[in-house]
Design a protein around this ligand. Sequence first.
Ligand SMILES: Cc1cc2nc3c(=O)[nH]c(=O)nc-3n(C[C@H](O)[C@H](O)[C@H](O)COP(=O)(O)OP(=O)(O)OC[C@H]3O[C@@H](n4cnc5c(N)ncnc54)[C@H](O)[C@@H]3O)c2cc1C
Length: 301
Amino acid sequence: MVNINELTALCDELGCKITPECPLSEYTTFRFGGPCRALIKINSAESAARLLRYADENSVRYGILGRGSNILAADEGFDGIILLFGGDFANIEVDGNRLRCESGALLSYACARAQQVGLSGMENLFGIPGTVGGALFMNAGAYNSEMKDVVVSAEYIDENYEIKTIGAEDLDLSYRHSFFSDKNYVITSVTVELKEGAPDAIKQAMNECMAKRTAKQPLDYPSAGSTFKRPEGDYASRLIDVCGLKGMSCGGAMVSEKHSGFVINKGYATCADVLELCGKVKEIVKEKTGFVLELEPVILK
Ligand SMILES: Cc1cc2nc3c(=O)[nH]c(=O)nc-3n(C[C@H](O)[C@H](O)[C@H](O)COP(=O)(O)OP(=O)(O)OC[C@H]3O[C@@H](n4cnc5c(N)ncnc54)[C@H](O)[C@@H]3O)c2cc1C
């Protein structure tokens, strides 16, 4: 049971904003999801550690959210608290060729900061709409670049509420997987190392990347990006395409006509609609091609 008065007092002491009964549809790019008992905007690693300890000591469930751009939030909501790593915890420090980013910083903002100071290596990641923490958790990537190529270390809160540092060699980064994938740890900062480059050339590469996204992706509809992971040996979008599933709908969820790898929200989709549609897509793709598709977004319930 969440004791809102007690939690509000703790958040006041820590200087964190708290919203009781907060609809998750407002904090996820798919724009659906019922309420959590309270959403707390994290402002420091220490505040996060205090709140995690409070949650454990009081048997309160918690979930971690960045930009919510790879999340399917359940229609019935989340019976616990959500710790949001966003704009209140988003400082980026430049130190030589390195950027140390608090985990709530937007990945695209980190890319833009690197460009400003003439650091190259993150151009292809520009336009991925997540936070740096979420990007490390997922080992986000695009156009033959991924977080793995640039991360040198990260800080996280461990099971004893202590802040630990982990080096790239232990991060276990592979396709949409990291050391954090099957753990309850909370990433508080990510340090990337880049190479010197000409700001104009970096800017041009970033713009080209964004232009490709705008041309190919249904960015005018809410979604969580690619709905399925790339199966070994093929592309989910190609398989969905050859099965003739573009435009297939369940309720307000539809396989995008523009990019069949995306399920989009036509405006009134529920989480149940998306899961039903994904289930049907998986079934037909398996039947017709033999490939087993796996959901990429994380279900928050
Ligand atoms: C239009 C669109 C395009 C996209 N394009 C791409 C793309 O090109 N490549 C790609 O890889 N992805 C893409 N995505 C998916 C998504 O943007 C990435 O997976 C992104 O890295 C998720 O970051 P986030 O901050 O939104 O994380 P969230 O969606 O908030 O969370 C994702 C997971 O990470 C965990 N998490 C988040 N922050 C932390 C933290 N600080 N500590 C511990 N765990 C944490 C959450 O608990 C959750 O399990 C796209 C999404 C959209 C909507």
